[in-house]
Design a protein around this ligand. Structure first.
Ligand SMILES: Cc1cc2nc3c(=O)[nH]c(=O)nc-3n(C[C@H](O)[C@H](O)[C@H](O)COP(=O)(O)OP(=O)(O)OC[C@H]3O[C@@H](n4cnc5c(N)ncnc54)[C@H](O)[C@@H]3O)c2cc1C
Length: 410
């Protein structure tokens, strides 16, 4: 059989948020781009489905029209705040600050819908060839090009973009990121119908019970009376304590006094499904000769909240800018690509580092109970926590002992 050779400027592996953001940002460039995904769309992704204010902000930064289209996209619901449930079962409700551009600050949208929304934005781009249902399983980098085999073709490009998620083949073949259980979380998701007593303003709920610390159980409202229910924990703890997350989730919803009534008439709509969360709690090399890693492939998930969609979009934007420069200078070298790593960590490291410290605080359940108790009694503490949710500088206060000392006397 004769193999056909096809040349592109750029190959993007993965059409999730990171890959689509990168392709979208390159929409006006005179480039020949291939966007390859092993799945056919619409495709599901195991996730909590929560779209934070940062996700909406990234969409605005990509293109105001795109953000406006998302605002009128039907398959999502508004969320106006978060409920934190402390290990002692007391809770606080915190409204999200500053509604985003006059709209809800956050949304929840099933990934099968949200990712389709993003995919639809790029699939007809004139400079893009979309190849779905094709798994990339080998990549060769030589001095002058990157080579892949897809169908019966050899595909060549100048640069390959690994936007292929937690189990990235681009990272496995070309990168250096290894799974370290202390910097990796395990998560499971189960869609439910008819969970009762959902918050009237669709607050997302994070339940920090002793059994799952440092991690949490979540209940996120969805359209049509459904809910995304799941559990996420640091992988090192899951291994050390030999926790079966699926059993633990079932046990909590059936037996925990806070949940038992709420799940009495609830129906699971699927078997719980698991997936890895590569968290950004340490700096890693994100590029090399002729490749860049984005999103989960670059381990950019927030270590405290487990949110990764915002950073996946952000890395797609940053990668696109880098690609334009690399093409302009015809430089795809490891040295040049280090500039991409530098910008990523310039923009994200501060927040990732603080989130790592906050994740460590979860090892002290009494501290959590104390903050919730104080916040319930004191409106100014609640206001402060609201501001901290989306202000990195204020969040820094949370990891200082002086914050808790002041709280003691508030
Ligand atoms: C249980 C759980 C709950 C989470 N909850 C939230 C949340 O509520 N909010 C939030 O912001 N984040 C959450 N996250 C994180 C979020 O899901 C990820 O950060 C986000 O999906 C990263 O986007 P991505 O584009 O980098 O990768 P992905 O969304 O994983 O997309 C990667 C794409 O690459 C394709 N691909 C993979 N390998 C290949 C291959 N060899 N060849 C071709 N294609 C390939 C895949 O089919 C996929 O379409 C959660 C994660 C988990 C596991």
């Amino acid at each position: 059989m004769v193999m056909e050779d096809i040349e592109y400027d750029i190959i993007i592996v993965g059409a999730g948020p990171a890959g689509c953001a990168c392709a979208y940002q390159l929409r006006n460039e005179k480039l020949k781009i291939a966007l390859i995904d092993k799945a056919t769309f619409p495709r599901d992704k195991i996730c909590g489905d929560a779209l934070s204010a940062d996700v909406i902000n990234q969409l605005y930064r990509m293109d105001e029209r795109l953000a406006a289209d998302f605002e009128s996209f039907g398959k999502k619901i508004d969320s106006h705040g978060v409920r934190f449930v402390a290990p002692n079962s007391q809770h606080i409700d915190i409204d999200f600050a500053n509604p985003n551009h006059g709209k809800a600050a956050g949304y929840i949208s099933k990934r099968i819908d949200f990712d389709q929304f993003l995919f639809d934005q790029v699939k007809d781009q004139s400079n893009l060839t979309v190849i779905t249902g094709q798994k990339v399983d080998d990549i060769k980098v030589s001095k002058n090009s990157v080579e892949l085999k897809i169908n019966n073709s050899r595909i060549f490009s100048k640069l390959i973009i690994g936007a292929d998620g937690a189990h990235s083949i681009v990272n496995k073949k070309l990168g250096q990121i290894k799974v370290e259980k202390n910097h990796y979380c395990a998560g499971i998701r189960c869609y439910y119908d008819r969970v009762s007593q959902m918050h009237p303003k669709n607050h997302i709920e994070l339940h920090f019970y002793d059994d799952v610390l440092p991690g949490y159980l979540w209940i996120f409202p969805l359209p049509n009376g459904q809910a995304n229910v799941g559990l996420g924990m640091l992988s090192s703890e899951v291994s050390m304590r030999k926790i079966n997350l699926k059993q633990k989730l079932e046990e909590l919803v059936k037996k925990h006094p806070n949940l038992i009534n709420r799940f009495e008439n609830a129906e699971p709509m699927e078997k719980p499904q698991g997936f890895g969360l590569p968290i950004g709690s340490k700096k890693r090399p994100l590029s090399g000769d002729r490749f860049l890693l984005l999103g989960d492939a670059a381990s950019l998930i927030d270590p405290f909240t487990g949110e990764g969609i915002g950073n996946a979009l952000r890395s797609g934007r940053i990668a696109a800018e880098h690609i334009v420069n690399a093409i302009g200078l015809n430089d795809f070298s490891k040295e040049f690509n280090k500039r991409y790593d530098k910008v990523i960590y310039q923009k994200m490291w501060n927040e990732l580092r603080i989130s790592r410290s906050m994740q460590k605080l979860l090892r002290y359940p009494k501290l959590f109970n104390f903050v919730v108790k104080k916040a319930n009694k004191n409106a100014s503490v609640r206001t402060l926590l609201t501001s901290m949710l989306d202000n990195v500088d204020l969040k820094k206060e949370l990891i200082k002992p002086s914050f808790y000392f002041k709280l003691l006397f508030s």
